[in-house]
Ligand binder design. Structure first.
Ligand code: DOR
Ligand code: ZN
Length: 427
């Protein structure tokens, strides 16, 4: 199988043709002859390494009414992703080798993106006893990221032990930073909007105290820490401080925290309910700057599908979370590219290279160069589209961008030489 992608602009630079044979990029140049190859005329599209999402909730096993590995993989491919890390808060929880191997195999069988399972840090996400981290790392799924996401590993001694173990395994803990004593009953970002709406507040400090504590623990142990969904100006400051001290910490920001603020809560529409919550304009500005600066390493979607009965209900009863895979690129174009904060090299860094490095995922996030695996996304930077939540590939439809016009479209996604999505449809 060979393909020729004509007229594409790697990292937004000069147009070239890219030849792919088998799973590998074999030639880059101008005026390449097709020979036997299937030709894709893609004049002017930006070519980037396929996106890698460090934080995806695929809901399988257990909540196949909200998403499956198949539907989530489809959303990922259509969003320009070639790999996703599947969060462990499934039912049963991915806290042992059997579940992570199942998720991994199912992802391979679907074949649209590489599904790399994340293992739970603690048994049942209960925060008490460490899960079998070694068994998951040694399993055929080769787990390299552990997270209790949805829950914080709140006990400092459990967190310390987890960091010690993962250091030995060459793995990383991805912490959902939320001091639970400070967020008991919380429904919205603590601030003027929550006060006006009568919603109990989720203070910024609940995130920042855990980030600071865990940076100190990781620094002392020489272990690696990854901060899930950093949402506050102070959280970014903690990471900046820790990095300056040489702590091996990385951080992610979600597309929704780069774009949306707690002003969206005025109508009490639970589609805007997410954990951590939408913050204030000053936080959004600080997060964008921290991402441009490299204090935040990557964009991760926290794609969190929820069935209609879990979302279309009163605010306090609704589950937190929003879809993200098919809109991530557009939100990054809107918030980071159109604002001049990132160029296309920067987008490749935050949506592909750094997430692959942090997650220890070989073959992804590689440069567009001869001899490299052909994991690619081709995108139209000048196109715009109107998001229709009901038309997204996910089973659930909880997108906060429904009806919004956004810039930038994914045209073609290529996984190891095979086109997985093309012109808005699965190939
Ligand atoms: O909003 C969220 N949804 N935040 C989380 O941490 C978990 C996620 C989910 O699983 O729905
Ligand atoms: Zn989380």
């Amino acid at each position: 199988m060979s393909s020729l992608f004509k007229g594409v602009r790697p990292y937004g630079e000069d147009p070239v043709d890219i030849r792919v044979e088998g799973e590998v990029i074999t030639e880059i140049g101008t005026g390449l002859e097709p020979g036997e190859a299937r030709v894709y005329e893609r004049d002017g599209l930006v070519a980037l390494p396929g996106f890698v999402d460090l934080h995806t909730h695929l809901r399988e096993p257990g909540r196949e009414d909200a998403e499956t590995i198949e539907s989530g993989s489809a959303a990922a491919a259509l969003g320009g992703y070639t790999a996703v890390f599947a969060m462990a808060n499934t039912d049963p929880v991915a806290d042992n080798d059997l579940v992570v191997e199942h998720v991994h195999r199912r992802g391979q069988a679907v074949g649209l993106v590489d599904v790399q399972p994340i293992g739970a840090v603690t048994v049942g996400l209960r925060g008490e006893r460490l899960a079998e981290l070694g068994a998951m790392a040694r399993s055929s799924a080769g787990v390299r990221v552990f997270s209790d996401d949805g829950h914080c590993v709140a006990d400092p001694l459990v967190m310390r032990r987890a960091l010690e173990y993962t250091k030995g395994l060459g793995a990383v803990i991805a912490q959902h930073a939320e001091e639970p004593r400070l967020t008991a009953g919380a429904q919205a970002h603590e601030g003027a909007n929550a006060a006006r709406l009568g919603l109990a507040g989720w203070p910024a400090a609940a995130e920042e105290v855990i980030l600071a504590r865990d940076c100190l623990l990781a620094g002392q142990l020489g272990a690696r820490l990854h901060a899930c969904h950093v949402t506050t100006e102070g959280g970014a400051d903690v990471l900046r401080w820790a990095k300056a001290r040489g702590v091996e910490v990385s951080g992610e920001v979600t597309p929704h925290h780069l774009l949306l603020t707690d002003e969206r809560l005025a109508g009490y529409d639970p589609v805007n309910k997410v954990n951590p919550p939408l913050r204030e304009g000053s936080d959004v500005r600080a997060l964008r700057e921290a991402l441009a600066e490299g204090v935040l390493d990557c964009v991760a979607t926290d794609h969190a599908p929820h069935a209609v009965q879990d979302k279309d209900c009163e605010w306090s009863g609704a589950r937190p979370g929003m879809l993200g895979l098919q809109t991530a690129l557009s939100v990054v174009v809107e918030t980071m590219v159109r604002t001049g904060l990132l160029d296309w090299r920067g987008v490749a860094r935050v949506m592909s290279e750094r997430p692959a490095e942090i997650g220890g995922l070989a073959g992804h996030g590689r440069p567009i160069a001869v001899g490299e695996p052909a994991n690619l996304v081709l995108l139209d930077e000048s196109a715009e589209w109107t998001v229709r939540a009901s038309e997204l590939a996910s089973i659930a439809h909880n997108s906060p961008y429904d009806g919004m016009r956004l810039p930038g479209t994914v045209v073609t996604t290529v996984l190891r030489g095979a086109v997985t999505a093309d012109e808005g449809k699965l190939a």
